[in-house]
Design a protein. Structure first.
Lengths: 394, 227
């Protein structure tokens, strides 16, 4: 009881004396806030990117690539193989009584990014009539779908945000051809929003692909039908292809690309944290030495070293908690929801929204509190070891 | 009268580099209950060291320190801290009040080491402030008080837990003559009316006159000077 009440008194005194060391304390709070904001910025980039990739895949859609291909760009399938996939086990049949299979092409074309006004790669996807059926999240939000056999394209809403000249009704040029934008589609939180779609046979012909496709998406009756379909795609002698759930495909891509952002964010965050820690230690040592007489007086009166330790410790934790809150606020107000784009797998731009989430806030706040903890322990130890001598209290 | 404090053959050494310096080499002292003793002496004579030993804030190297019949020289740090909280009130030259606390909160500090409930603590604080005639300044912070008033708050803090012994280290060293005399009269009153035993270290012969007797400390030994 007495240990608690004396510790409470010392903590209250420490915290209430922070204004006496206002500018040093403010500097510590700001440096911790910057650590949190920068780390959280990177983590929310990675988070937004991950969420977009993971949100792109459906568990009941199989994506089929050539054996050995990791991405759509370097895969190739023949028209016969695509037709044959529709005869596999567990394939869902559409309203027209035919299996829902979408043979697709995936090419890279140039566009001008609004943010940097430089050229960047955009994915052009050639899709057939089933293109929308295999993507339940996607729907035309402005204009209409392209007409089969025409030089018309529809653009994803994310690509429209990031690239110039794709507004509805405009004409754009890729290679030797001019295309007209006739529609905008939304597929919120997926990579598809960063794509251009055109009719697959037109793309095959204009880009000299003959009758070949690059990938196929196959809608299955249920996620449980995947293993049998996978086995069929692999073992059927005319196929020998790799089928996996779309969900797994994008999760694997998210893993690879998200790691890059995280591996950049964490070392930077930790290096900054070391800097902030030096500042916190400095502030707390200054706090202890400016209160040396007070601490000695309390020790003379009979207060324990533990209470002196806790007073310093809690002061450091309070400063780091304020810094953490400030950092989260900076990031939430400054970055959250911001539209960004980066290279995804397949060397094309993926547009996504920076997304702060509880898990990454937890990680950044933990780092801030760790700075407070280490920044408080050593000065706190010095405070606790202060001898209760009258001469020191003078 | 019976003895409140007895120092028997106390030795205390300090190390300076490789050299050991003896501050006390067989010091003996008896302070009776209810006494008011002034300790004078030149700088470096060991006055503050003596006060630290008497107040249990430093340890002797040899001999015995007996307080109210109990040997305290063998106490652990924790035991000494508890003993100080219970038995000794300290008054410092520069008051040593906590700047962020009000007068009343400063006075309450030693009671935070007890198990007294909040209401009882408040009552005790009021009584202590009344004794030093500062009831009307209870809610003031130290910087809003004069030097004399701050020292009164410090005295209230020293007596609030009703200790048997008050140790004062140059309590008037930072005050003008008139204010110093007021403070010394308050100490005298605490000694005469409440029976507190007071040991006061001072450089000031005027201050020493308020004590019942004066001990002169020089090179680690006492010479009594009649009050």
């Amino acid at each position: 009881m007495s240990l608690m009440s004396q510790t409470r008194s010392v903590i209250a005194m420490n915290v209430r004396s922070i204004p006496q060391r206002l500018w040093m304390s403010v500097a510590t709070v700001v440096s911790i806030a910057l650590v949190v904001a920068v780390l959280l910025g990177f983590l929310s980039l990675a988070n937004g990117f991950n969420q977009t990739l993971k949100g792109s895949g459906a568990p009941d859609v199989a994506i089929v690539l050539r054996e050995g291909s990791e991405a759509e760009l370097n895969s190739t399938l023949s028209r016969e193989q695509v037709d044959l996939l529709g005869r596999g086990p567990g394939v869902k049949v559409g309203a027209d009584g035919r299996p829902i299979v979408s043979g697709e092409l995936f090419l890279v074309v140039d566009g001008i990014k609004k943010s940097s006004r430089t050229k960047a790669n955009m994915p052009l996807r050639g899709v057939g009539a089933n293109g929308l059926l295999v993507r339940k999240q996607a729907k035309i939000s402005q204009g209409r779908m392209f007409a089969p056999g025409s030089n018309e394209i529809v653009v994803g809403a994310g690509l429209l945000r990031e690239f110039e000249g794709f507004e509805l009704g405009k004409s754009v040029r890729f290679g030797a051809q001019t295309w007209r934008v006739v529609g905008v589609f939304e597929a919120p939180g997926t990579v598809f929003e960063s794509e251009l779609w055109a009719d697959a046979p037109v793309v095959q012909s204009l880009f000299k692909r003959g009758t070949s496709f690059q990938t196929a998406r196959v809608v299955l009756t249920s996620p449980g039908a995947l293993p049998a379909f996978e086995a069929y795609a692999k073992s059927e002698p005319r196929l020998q292809l790799k089928a996996q759930s779309e969900l797994d495909y994008y999760a694997a891509q998210a893993e690879r690309s998200g790691l890059l952002i995280r591996y950049f964010g964490w070392p930077l965050g930790i290096i900054m944290a070391i800097g902030a820690l030096a500042g916190a230690l400095n502030t707390m040592y200054a706090s202890v030495s400016s209160r040396a007489a007070e601490i000695a007086t309390l020790r003379v009166i009979g207060f324990s070293g533990f209470s002196a330790f806790m007073g310093t410790m809690v002061e450091a934790m309070v400063l780091s908690a304020i810094g953490a809150l400030l950092g989260v606020a900076i990031c939430a107000l400054g970055f959250n929801g911001l539209s960004a784009s980066t290279l995804g797998a397949g060397f094309t731009q993926v547009a996504f929204r920076v997304q702060i989430g509880p898990e990454i806030i937890g990680q950044a706040v933990t780092l801030a509190l760790l700075i407070g903890l280490v920044g408080g322990i050593f000065p706190g130890w010095r405070a606790a070891r202060q001898k209760p001598l009258l001469a020191l209290a003078a | 009268m019976s003895a409140l404090i007895q120092l028997n053959n106390v030795t205390k050494n300090y190390r300076r580099g490789k050299e050991g310096i003896a501050i006390f080499d067989g010091l003996n002292l008896t302070i009776e209950k209810g006494d008011f003793v002034a300790i004078m002496g030149p700088s470096g004579s060991g006055k503050t060291t003596l006060l630290n030993l008497l107040g249990g804030t430093d340890r002797c190297d040899g001999g015995q320190i007996i307080f109210d019949g109990e040997r305290i020289d063998g106490y652990s740090e924790g035991q000494l801290a508890a003993w100080r909280a219970r038995s000794v009130g300290f008054i410092f030259q520069f008051y040593n009040l906590m700047p962020v606390l009000t007068a009343a909160q400063n006075v309450e500090l030693p009671l935070m080491l007890t198990k007294l409930p909040a209401r009882k603590r408040r009552d005790n604080v009021e009584t202590a402030l009344k004794i030093v005639e500062l009831s009307d300044r209870a809610k003031h912070k130290p910087k809003e008080l004069s030097g004399g008033q701050q020292q009164r708050v410090a005295i209230a803090r020293a007596i609030v837990s009703d200790p048997k012994l008050l140790l004062a280290d140059e309590p008037t060293g930072d005050l003008d003559r008139n204010t110093a005399n007021d403070i010394l009269r308050t100490l005298q009153q605490l000694n005469r009316e409440l029976g507190k035993t007071i040991i006061m270290v001072t450089h000031d012969p005027e201050a020493a006159r308020f004590a019942n007797r004066t001990l002169h400390l020089d090179k680690g030994t006492f010479a009594e000077v009649t009050a």
